[in-house]
Write a protein that binds this ligand. Sequence first.
Ligand code: FAD
Length: 491
Amino acid sequence: MEQADVVVVGSGPNGMAAAVTMARGGLEVLVIEGQETIGGGARTLDLGLEVGMRHDVCSAVHPMALASPFLRDFDLRARGVELAVPELSYAQPLDGGRVGLAWHDLDRTVAGLGVDGSAWRSLFEPLVERSDAVVALSMGDKRSVPRELMDGASGLRAALGLARGILTQGTRAWNRAFEDDVAPALLTGVAAHAIAPVPGLAPAGAALLLATLAHSVGWPIPIGGSQAIIDALVADLRAHGGGLRTGAPVSSWRELPAARAYLLDTSPRAAAEIWGDLLPPRAVRSLRRFRYGDAAAKVDFVLSGPVPWETPETGQAGTVHVGGTRVEMAAAESSVAAGRHAEQPMVLLSDPTTADPGRELGGLRPLWTYAHVPHGSDRDVTEDVTRQIERFAPGFRDLVVASRCVPAAEMERHNANYIGGDIATGAVTVPRMLTGVRPAWNPYEVGVPGVYLCSSSVPPGPGVHGMGGWFAARHALRQRFGISRPPVLAP
Ligand SMILES: Cc1cc2nc3c(=O)[nH]c(=O)nc-3n(C[C@H](O)[C@H](O)[C@H](O)COP(=O)(O)OP(=O)(O)OC[C@H]3O[C@@H](n4cnc5c(N)ncnc54)[C@H](O)[C@@H]3O)c2cc1C
C-alpha cells in the first residue's frame, strides 16, 4: 500500500505552506488536490476568453503575502517572484468626480484627505510605524503574545492603536473623527473585504490590517499573476522530495495513503466528511456547525483599453473599491447580509496591467472583479458589476471585449472550500477569527490524532499568507515527529 510520512489534502496557499514546512522538516510529503490545477485560491489560468490571456481566478492583490512571516522567511523575492508594488495602493471613486486615494506613502495620503488628513494620520501613524507588531497580532495564532509587542513602547502603542481603531471603526462611533465623506469611504472600502455588515468589529479589524499594509509593505501584484507564489512553493516542495497528485477529490480517509500526519487545507465540512466515522461526535458537530458567510460572484473581463475613470488618478491604483460612499456601502452589505442582492453592490476591481504591463496582450487587458452577493446566490452579476463601474467610469461598457461570470453558487465547482461562494471559508466574525472551528488551545487539531485542519477556516483566517498551514504544520511536526525547532525556510 502507498505510504508517506505526511499527506496534505488541498494545494491552496495554506496547504502548500504546510507541505513545504513538513518537507523542510525532512519528511516525505504527498499533496493531494481535488482540482486538475495546483494553487486553490491563488491560481492564474487561461479562461478561454482571449487566446493566451491568463486571469487570476481568485486572489489577485497580495499585501498579506508580502507581510506574512511565513512567506517572508520563505523569501519569495529571492526565488524570483516579483511583487510589483503600485504607488497607489487603492482608490475609492465617488460621485461628482471625487475620489479617495490611499497611497503607499502615508504622508501623501494624509495630504490628499484635506480636513480629515489628521484623523487618518492619528489612526494609522502608530500602526504603520510598527506594522511588524500589527502583522504579528493579526497574523498570529491568537494563542501566544507576539514578541514584537514587547519590543519597546511603540509595539504596545501599535497594539493599543489597533484596539482603539477597531472599537471606533467597528461601531456606531465610526464617523466621529471625520468631517468629510471621503476618508470614511476610503476606510469602508477596505472593511468590506470581510463581506460582512459594517460597522462591525471583524470588518474593522480587516480594514485596519489591510490599510496599515497599504502604507507599509504596499499592496503588490505578482508579475505574471498569483500563480507565481504557488509555483515557488511547488518548486521548493519538489526540491525537498515532495510529490503532488491532482484531479483527486478526497471524500473519505479510506482513499488516502497511510501516513503519520494529515493536514487538511479543506473546509470544516469536508474535514467532517472525510474523517466522520473516526471522529468523536462532539468534534463532528463543531465541524458541521461551523458557519459560512456571504459570498462573492466573480466577473473576469477582457478590455480593449484602460478603464476610463472619471478621475484619472484612479487608474494608477492596483485595487479599486467600487461602492460609493460609506453609507452606500453599508446599505449594500446589509442587504447582502439580509439575503438580498444590493441594487448597487460592493465591487472590487483590479487591472493587473497597472503594475504588470506584461499582462497586456495585443492591446487587450484582463480585468479582475467580484461583487458581494448573498450566500449561495446563482445570479450572473455581469450587468450589476458593469453598471457600478460605468457609474464612475462612463464608457467602460464599450471597452468590454469578453467577460465571464462565476456566480457564487458555482464557486465550489472550482474550489470546494468556497461553500456557497464564501471566499473566506467561514463567516468573518470575531469568534471565528480568534478560535477557528471551536474554542481550543490547539485550533488546528480536528479530533483524530495526527489530523490537522490548516485552511483559512483556522487562525489567522483568510488571505494568501500561508500562516494557517505554517502553524498547523509546526504542531504536527512537534506532536507526530518530535521536531520542535521550526524548519528553516530560506532558499
Ligand atoms: C474571488 C476571490 C478573490 C480573492 N482575492 C484575494 C486577494 O486579492 N488577496 C488575498 O490575499 N486573498 C484573496 N482571496 C482569498 C484567498 O484566495 C484565500 O483566503 C486563500 O486562497 C485561502 O487559502 P487556503 O490554502 O486556505 O485555501 P484555498 O486557496 O481555497 O485552497 C484549498 C484547496 O483545497 C482543495 N480541496 C478542498 N477540498 C478538497 C478535497 N476534499 N479533496 C481534495 N482537494 C480539496 C481545493 O481544490 C483547493 O485547491 C480571494 C478569494 C477569491 C475566491
